[in-house]
Write a protein that binds this ligand. Sequence first.
Ligand SMILES: Nc1ncnc2c1ncn2[C@@H]1O[C@H](COP(=O)(O)OP(=O)(O)O)[C@@H](O)[C@H]1O
Ligand SMILES: [Mg+2]
Length: 338
Amino acid sequence: MGLPALLMENIHVYIDGYHVLRGLNLEVIHGEYTIILGPSGCGKTTLLRTIAGLQPTSSGRIVIDGEDVTNKPPWERKVSLLHQIPGLLPHLTIEENIILACTKRARLSKLDAKNIAREIADQLEISDQLHKKPVQLSGGQLQRAALAVALAIQPTLLLLDEPLSHVDKPLADKLSLLLKKIHREYKATIIHVTHDQDEALSLSEKLAVMLRGKIVATDTPTNLYRCPPSIEVAEFLGLNIIHPSILDLQDDNYIVIPPEEIKISVEKPSKQRLYIEAILESYKREKGRILLLLRTRSKIENLVRVYIDPSSYREIAKHNKLYLVLTEDTIKCRLKPA
Ligand SMILES: Nc1ncnc2c1ncn2[C@@H]1O[C@H](COP(=O)(O)OP(=O)(O)O)[C@@H](O)[C@H]1O
Ligand SMILES: [Mg+2]
C-alpha cells in the first residue's frame, strides 16, 4: 500500500489558551477522497491550517509523503489549502495568479507555468476568464479560479475548507462533479472538511467524523452510516439508538438503525415479522427527517424518539397505535451503552 500521504499523530493545538485540537490522529491514503465531517466549531479549519503549516502545534507529529514536516514552514510542504472564501491576489489576473503559484511555490519556469495555467484552466472550464481580475468573476468562477491556483503547484495534498457551503445548490452540484473529476484525473489526494452530512456521505471515499478537536471514527461512508463505532458517533449521524428491551431482546447493547430502514405500518404485521408496537405521542420535521415521539411497552425505556425517512411517513393521527417494521438485518448493529 506504500506510505500514507498524510499521517498526524497526537496533535495538540491551542489558540489563545483554548485547546482546539485535542490529541488528534489522522491517516490519509494516497489518491483517496477523504471528507472530515464535524459540527461548526469542532476545529476543522484549524486542522487544515495545521496540515498546511499555517497553525503551529504544541505537540504531536505531522508526516507528509514520508517526510516529517512538523517543524517545516508552509512553503516547504506540498500542500494547497483552498479557503472557505477563495483568496486570490486582487491586482493580478487569474492567469497571473496561477502562474505566480507555479513559479514561486512549485519553482517552475515561466514557460512551463504558462502551459500548466492553460491546461488547468481548460480542465476547469475557465479558459475565457484567464485575462480577468478576481473582482470581475462570479462566485462560481471565483471558486474555480481558486481551485486552479491550488492545483497549479501539483500538491501532494489538496485541502478544501467547506468548498460547497458558500454557493447555491445548482452550483454546489456542479462544483462537486468538478471535484470528483479533479480527483480522478489528477489522482489528487483530497481532504475536504464540511459540516454537511449529505455532502459528506455522497462525495467521500473515506469519511472521518470529528468531534471536539479529535477524529472519533474513520471508515467508508457506507460502513460508518450503517454501523458506527460508538453511540456518540451514531447520535451525531442522526441514527436511531434503540434500547433492546423495546424489541423484547435479552441484550445489554443498544441497536443502531438508520431512519431509512424503518418502515411504518398502521396494521399489525404478521407474527414472523420483527416490529415495535407503539403509540404516537407527537411528531415533527427535523433536519429533513421526521422525528416521532413514541410510547412503547418496554418498562425500561417507555418513551422513545425515532427518526424516520419522510418517504416512509404516512398520515398517522396522534395517540394512535402504529408499528415500526424492521428486518433481521436492520438490528445487526449493536453498540455498548456510552
Ligand atoms: N483566532 C481564534 N481565537 C480564539 N479562538 C479561536 C480562534 N480560531 C478558532 N477559535 C476557536 O477554536 C474552535 C475551532 O475553530 P475552527 O477550527 O474554526 O472550527 P470549525 O472550522 O470546525 O468551525 C472554535 O471554538 C473557535 O471559537
Ligand atoms: Mg471552519
